[in-house]
Ligand binder design. Structure first.
Ligand code: ATP
Ligand code: MG
Length: 333
């Protein structure tokens, strides 16, 4: 049987370069060999956006357009809306018994995200426990492989533990998923922050105009120790060069720029100018496809409905097995 992929994104905004190198690129590459499900995780997005649920509906469409524009093929991949698969909620509740409070409290990604989010009224239980619902997302589809960025490794580990525990306690129904990291497991933000992230406002979006990309690149964080273009500069840890490595296919140009940067014979402006050009070469065709698709939203909606229908059927089949294994398939007639 064909192996399966499940991965996804929160519809909290359009997708950015970090999503592409961290996960999307692998999804596009592997969709021909794997039975692929891509989850638009609106229920997970609610956990820190519950005061503005109206934000999600519009962003589901934006994320779907981004998928199709980068090459997710609806003939190969199923785009599934999480809230339209209510079986996920049921499985999440069963999984809650298989995880301790202490384990949740140790999750390093959730800890970091809680710090960033500054929840004024305290941390919502839904947010704090989202690794459990994410384990349900992955296992209900019986995914073998989960292409994700590095921040998601603790979530995959949590999903593996839950699947293992379930299989031992009840019966072997679930698959222990494996993570697959992108070639750039964590793309830094344009501000030099550790991760490009929608919630941090340090992104270049796949749908940004050429003008917006230019502005973002020209104002990027570089090497703070370098004051004049003639000062020797640092390439390592400099996000402008990290982006060159990820998006500039002209490796000779990148090596030459690095070399001259280290010696202090090239200015930030030239390095950024060339990065902008490389990014434009990559983004212009994506942008064009996105505009074309955007004019046929009915078709995009159809693709999402069809993907969701197939995803739900699979989830329902898994839940039959789950309930059987847990002695919950009562027949009281
Ligand atoms: P939010 O700020 O709303 O959490 P996000 O930008 O972190 O948004 P997610 O929807 O949480 O995006 O992430 C979707 C997928 O993209 C995950 O697999 C995540 O690891 C990956 N990803 C997100 N940002 C990056 C990044 N900067 N580098 C590599 N992978 C990333
Ligand atoms: Mg995130």
């Amino acid at each position: 049987m064909q192996k399966r992929i499940l991965t996804g994104d929160r519809p909290t905004g359009p997708l950015h370069l970090g999503h592409y190198v961290g996960s999307l690129k692998n999804r596009v590459r592997l969709q021909h060999d794997y039975d692929t499900y891509v989850l638009v995780a609106d229920v997970q997005a609610l956990t820190d956006n519950f005061e503005h649920p109206e934000k999600l509906e519009a962003n589901i469409m934006e994320v779907a357009l981004d998928y199709l524009a980068v090459g997710i093929d609806p003939e190969k991949s199923k785009i599934v809306v999480q809230s339209m698969v209510p079986e996920l909620t049921e499985l999440t509740i069963y999984f809650m018994n298989l995880v301790t409070v202490a384990t949740l409290e140790r999750n390093p990604t959730v800890k970091e995200e809680i710090k960033q989010r500054n929840f004024v009224k305290g941390v919502p239980v839904g947010f704090w426990s989202y690794p459990i619902s994410q384990a349900a997302d992955i296992t209900i589809f019986k995914a073998d492989l989960v292409p994700v960025g590095e921040d998601q490794l603790p979530m995959i580990e949590q999903a593996r533990e839950i699947a293992r525990r379930f299989n031992r306690l009840y019966r072997k129904v679930l698959i222990e998923p494996r993570a697959m990291l992108g070639e750039m497991a964590r793309l830094p933000g344009t501000d030099g922050g550790a991760k490009m992230s929608k919630s941090l406002g340090n992104c270049i979006y796949l749908s940004d105009t050429a003008d917006a990309v230019r502005k973002r690149v020209m104002s990027m964080f570089t090497d703070p120790t370098r004051i004049h273009p003639t000062d020797p500069g640092h390439v390592e840890g400099n996000p402008v060069f990290t982006y060159h490595d990820a998006f500039n296919p002209d490796k000779a140009e990148v090596e030459d720029l690095k070399d001259r940067y280290r010696k202090g014979t090239v200015g930030d402006v030239e390095v950024k100018e060339r990065l902008y050009r490389a990014l434009e070469n990559f983004l212009a065709p994506i942008r064009e496809r996105r505009v074309a698709l955007g004019s046929n939203r009915a078709r995009v909606r159809e693709i999402v409905m069809e993907g969701t229908r197939k995803g739900r059927a699979l989830a329902q089949a898994t839940m039959e097995e789950v309930r059987d294994a847990m002695h919950l398939s009562y027949r009281f007639e």
